[in-house]
Design a protein around this ligand. Structure first.
Ligand code: SAH
Length: 226
């Protein structure tokens, strides 16, 4: 079997004792991160750090992506919504984690990005690597209502609070992970569960994400209670 510890796509394997889920480790071993950054930055793709992807945005730190997707405990065939496609790297990881035999890779993955340039580049990279998630250029704070409900929702940009549409589009017993905070130095990672229709929040620690930009944030009614 492919040993993730020696796989070139997964140089961080030994440094990640917190990531015990073998399916998450296998997903990181399968996705070549260098394919998601521009040529001049590819030699840094093995480093466990964020990297610029243009438009003032970054490809997330692999360890943070691993912690977030592990917390979602995804199973094959589950429906997942991602807000902030960015480079598409995390989207590919989600495709690996939800892949089920006989289905196209990514057929249950939905990802929204607000910047067309990034969305187009991510689409090309993903298709080249054989991933076929559903991609959309739009405000992700509004979710993807026609494709709801989702078993899991993952947000890659920090919001001031939990956007109500995302909460409403989460399936019963679903899990949603998002960075919450208005300042770059003051963000908490929230793991939200929908249990009997009620919101349960677990705070997983401090993180640093780019801000989520949405007209929804001007409207106090747009927040779920927490
Ligand atoms: N997981 C991505 C992270 C990209 S950074 C990766 O590893 O490449 C976060 C992304 O969220 C940026 O591309 C930014 O443009 C996007 N974003 C910010 N606000 C958004 C919104 N309201 N809707 C959709 N995408 C948004």
């Amino acid at each position: 079997m492919n040993d993730p510890a020696t796989n070139k796509s997964f140089p961080w394997a030994k440094q990640w004792p917190e990531i015990g889920d073998p399916r998450v480790r296998a997903a990181f071993a399968a996705v070549p991160r260098h394919a998601f950054v521009e040529t001049s930055l590819q030699r840094f793709a093995d480093e466990d750090t964020p990297l610029p992807i243009g438009e003032g945005q970054t490809i997330s730190q692999p360890f943070v992506v691993a912690l977030m997707v592990q917390a979602l405990a995804l199973h094959p065939g589950q429906r997942v919504l991602e807000i902030g496609t960015g480079s598409g790297y995390q989207t590919a990881i989600l495709c690996e984690l939800t892949a089920s035999p006989g289905s196209t890779s990514g057929s249950t993955v939905y990802s929204v990005e607000r910047l067309p340039v990034l969305a187009e580049r991510a689409a090309r990279t993903l298709v080249t690597l054989g991933y076929h998630p559903h991609l959309r250029v739009d405000d992700g704070a509004a979710g993807w209502p026609e494709a709801a409900p989702f078993d899991a929702i993952i947000v890659s940009a920090a919001a001031p609070h939990l956007p109500r549409p995302l909460w409403e589009q989460l399936a019963p017993n679903g899990r949603l992970i998002l960075p919450v905070g208005t300042q770059e130095w003051d963000q908490q990672l929230w793991l939200v569960r929908k249990l009997d229709g009620r919101l349960a929040v677990e705070r997983l620690g401090n993180v640093r994400f780019v801000p989520m930009i949405s007209p929804l944030f001007a409207d106090p009614e747009a927040w779920a209670e927490a």
